[in-house]
Design a protein around this ligand. Structure first.
Ligand code: AMP
Length: 362
């Protein structure tokens, strides 16, 4: 480390659980955190030195935030690009990862175009805006089923449907999304889903976590297992693609790549998240240096740390009423509980997670 970290203050845009866990990692390094978000009582605010509660277009509040910090990052991708531009224009603290990545990952069409232009395979896709575009695409591709997604602001299955031409939900979806750009994707018959997280520092050194094996329920991540038990050649492909993406965009910070692993051994990128990821939460308990510590280190100008894993791990998300099962889940050996301080358990709301550790290879 080239600077005593207790002199540093990190600003984080967004107040959710990812910001909370980065703030906790920062605290371990003696780095103070200031959160900027529009919500009162956010999970990240509970563990940070200060929170500025304001809208993302409040320039006076952004100026105040910028004055207080040495580095700025974000914990979710739907921060308006104008907010980042304004913070950068103040020429005080650069926002990292830089705006190119945010721009690409906020829009599924830009994201797929970026990937394909760099020779990285994705599901076949087409930009569509009405039923006749969809019919024409089906004629071109063949097959019956497809996935339709809004190009922006989708997460955890929101803003997307699996459908076919005669499906009643298709008309409803097109009505609901009138005026929004849509992307149609071929339905990938994957054998499993995986992800890789990379942290890259200002000097271009990088370290990766995974690949992790991810299982979803109702489109929300339910379980992550590491190691993923994929073949060596598939592991290598996912790590190489992730490392290349980080290099292409000259990443400083953390990004995550989500993959479909196909039955024929080919690998498709589903999406890129410009941040730490739910599939990397196990790294808090199973690695000396977690994804959150590496997020803090890299955006604060410190060197990336080793991602070596001392234990194998399975992480279970606690979603909504799952919190009622905590006592039974904690009966398992080496269960590490993390709760996000959210007062109300609602359907689909991520309340916390549990990581179960076991000896490597056991
Ligand atoms: P996304 O919001 O794009 O990450 O999609 C959420 C989940 O929907 C993914 O993790 C997959 O399980 C599923 N999914 C998304 N796109 C496709 C696709 N083209 N083919 C098959 N499943 C998909």
């Amino acid at each position: 480390m080239d600077r005593l970290s207790s002199e540093l203050t990190l600003g984080i845009l967004g107040g959710g659980q990812l910001g909370r866990m980065s703030a906790m990692a920062a605290a371990r390094l003696g780095i103070s955190v200031v959160i900027f978000c529009p919500d009162e009582d956010s999970p990240a605010s509970h563990v940070s030195k200060e929170t500025i509660i304001a809208q993302y277009d409040d320039k006076a509040a952004l100026q105040k935030f910028s004055n207080k910090v040495d580095a700025i990052s974000y914990e979710f991708e739907n921060i308006p690009v104008e907010t980042i531009d304004y913070l950068n224009s103040l020429r005080q603290s650069p926002v990292l990862p830089d705006k190119t990545l945010l721009h690409v990952s906020q829009d599924r069409i830009k994201e797929k175009t970026f990937l394909n232009e760099h020779g990285i395979n994705t599901a076949r896709w087409n930009e569509v805006s009405n039923i006749s575009d969809i019919e024409n695409t089906i004629k071109q591709w063949g097959g019956a089923e497809f996935i339709l997604k809004t190009t922006r602001f989708g997460y955890d299955g929101k803003g997307q449907i699996k459908s076919s031409l005669n499906d009643a939900v298709l008309g409803d979806f097109l009505k609901e999304t009138t005026g929004q750009a849509l992307i149609m994707e071929e339905l990938v018959e994957f054998s499993c889903e995986a992800s890789v997280i990379i942290a890259r520092d200002i000097e271009g050194n990088s370290e990766t976590y995974g690949p992790m094996l991810n299982e979803h329920e109702n489109h929300i991540l339910h379980k992550t297992t590491v190691p993923a038990s994929l073949s060596k050649s598939i592991e290598d492909k996912t790590i190489k693609i992730t490392t290349n993406i980080a290099r292409y965009i000259n990443l400083t910070g953390v990004l995550t790549v989500e993959f479909f692993i196909c039955k024929d051994g080919s690998v498709l990128v589903n999406e890129i998240a410009p941040r730490t990821h739910n599939s990397g939460h196990w790294s808090i308990d199973a690695c000396c240096i977690s994804q959150f510590e590496n997020h803090v280190r890299t955006v604060c100008g410190l060197l990336v740390g080793s991602t070596d894993r001392h234990s194998d791990a399975t992480m279970l998300n606690l979603i909504g009423d799952d919190v009622n099962n905590i006592p039974a889940l904690l009966d398992a050996p080496h269960a590490c509980l993390h709760l996000y301080g959210k007062k109300q358990a609602r359907d689909g709301r991520k309340m916390g997670h549990i990581t179960f550790l076991k000896s490597k290879g056991a």
